[in-house]
Design a protein around this ligand. Structure first.
Ligand code: NI
Length: 139
């Protein structure tokens, strides 16, 4: 029997960002991003849901070591972005707009291959209680 189970853990970080593309005019930025393009940025309480998957271990019945997985996400994602201004403090977003879509992709890249036997299945990033982006890799 090959039963693959997904396990999701939830995390939070708070950060500022500004949605703005320097290749576009002020007016275009205003049209596309509205008040999210305001010069000095604004903040969000982001929620990151990390889903790993695999076959539950015969004896323990677990897919992933939850404590280790938590440490990985804390070290590689939460500590890196929490209480930062994403555009200014985080190298990833110096030249890439810190949209929730791009944040989901960056989080995926930082976590992919970091969970031992378990595989990263999906990253979901909530920017507001109404909006999330998710990414599950290229193929
Ligand atoms: Ni925003």
């Amino acid at each position: 029997m090959h039963t693959v189970i997904q396990v999701t853990q939830s995390f939070e970080f708070s950060a500022s960002h500004r949605l703005y593309c320097s290749s576009m005019s002020e007016d275009e930025n205003r049209q596309v991003f509205g008040k999210c393009a305001n010069k000095n940025g604004h903040g969000h309480n982001y929620v990151v849901e990390v889903t790993t998957c695999g076959q539950p271990h015969d004896t323990t019945g677990t897919v992933v070591d939850l404590a280790s997985a938590q440490r990985v996400v804390k070290d590689r994602v939460i500590d890196r972005f929490d209480h930062k201004h994403l555009n200014h403090d985080c190298e990833e977003f110096r030249s890439m707009n810190p949209s929730v879509e791009n944040i989901a992709r960056v989080v995926w890249d930082r976590l992919h291959g970091q969970f031992g036997q378990a595989e990263l299945a999906r990253v979901r990033v909530w920017e507001t209680p109404k909006t999330y982006a998710e990414y599950d890799g290229e193929d």
